[in-house]
Design a protein around this ligand. Sequence first.
Ligand code: PLP
Length: 438
Amino acid sequence: MSHVFPRHTKSELPVIAAGDGCYLIDSNGKKYLDGSGGAAVSCLGHSDSDVTAAITRQLENVAFAHTGFFTSEAAETLADLLVENAPSGIERVYFVSGGSEAVEAALKLARQFYIEIGEPQRHRLIARRQSYHGNTLGALAAGGNEWRRRPFSPLMIETSHIAPCYEYRDRMEGETPVDYGLRVANELEEEILRLGPETVMAFIAEPVVGATAGAVPSVEGYFKRIREICDKYGVLLILDEVMCGMGRTGTLFASEQDGIAPDIVTIAKGLGAGYQPVGAMLCTSKIYSAIENGSGFFQHGHTYVGHPVACAASLAVVRALLDRNLIERVREKGERLSDALHTAFGQHPHVGDIRGRGLFRGIELVEDRTTKRPFSPAQGVNKRVKAAAFDAGLICYPMGGTIDGVNGDHVLLAPPFIIEDGQIDELVGKLDKALSAI
Ligand code: PLP
């Protein structure tokens, strides 16, 4: 009997034995093409020798030194590199151990910023329905997925949720994409006014929604209007790029494609590429200065913030992304993947939408393509796709509740950036096989 507390008590999992490029291999020798990088993590595949060497070098020098006493060369160099390539205004990096921690740090920094500048009444948070920001209580409260939130809602901070920017479902007939984007972005202004602008601290959103909606980018102009509204009312814009950042959508920071810069941005997953558990919260010089010139102390911290081994691994990952032209490759292979998905599923009776950017793609499954009617949740379509794909030797990331937390199914694809054309064909072929099987 296992003593590990697993995610699902009734599942029997194979044991992972090895990783090789885009493949994972279990202890029975079965090979799986990693079509989703787990959950959009493994951007460099599973056997990157540069990252492994960087980790080994760091361990040979020093494994850990608490950031209450020391900084490290790995953290300093990584912060320099990230800031050099970050959206304009971003100047400081706070390293943590994952995405939820990055979001928690972002929420607390937003709150402390307003205390430091003498606006302590600002504490309200606005987010979007159908978003995911993590599983710790602050991040879970920010997230807009009803199913995830419901059991823990009595423990959560109060958060307002406005509409997502979800063109496939919500753009009205006759409405242009730009008009649709403005309509839903304006919900932010309405909510700020309803709450009282002087009480609102921040708005948080994923530039491309990942886990809960399946690679949903916003329409043109949406985030520009969001930025405008935040500026008008002095509300901080927090962009959660934990899943869509670090090159995944074809630019190092996803928001570059929306033509805006955040006040705070969170990254994780692809930052460590799975070689180390790591995340980061980046902020502007304006926010940092408020702390520096105020209390001089961010009232936050965990034992492992700025862990030298995590930073050394991440430094090797970010260098690989930049020096090996991997982000350019994401754009090229992303188009190849999108074309292959459209060829295979463009006319599929149960594929309603194919979407995404770069190597971050989603397909939404429907019972009826014409009316967009979803499958009944009781059919468990997403779970069955996951199992059938795994059987066929493909790891993908299907999820239910796409539309409202209960209804809808999608499959998220986020393969390693090193994927080859033949492996894209293998991915789409195996997914086709899985869809046919169910
Ligand atoms: N934010 C986003 C956008 C995510 O997709 C996730 C995880 O999927 C998180 C935050 C939480 O990250 P972690 O699971 O590393 O805590």
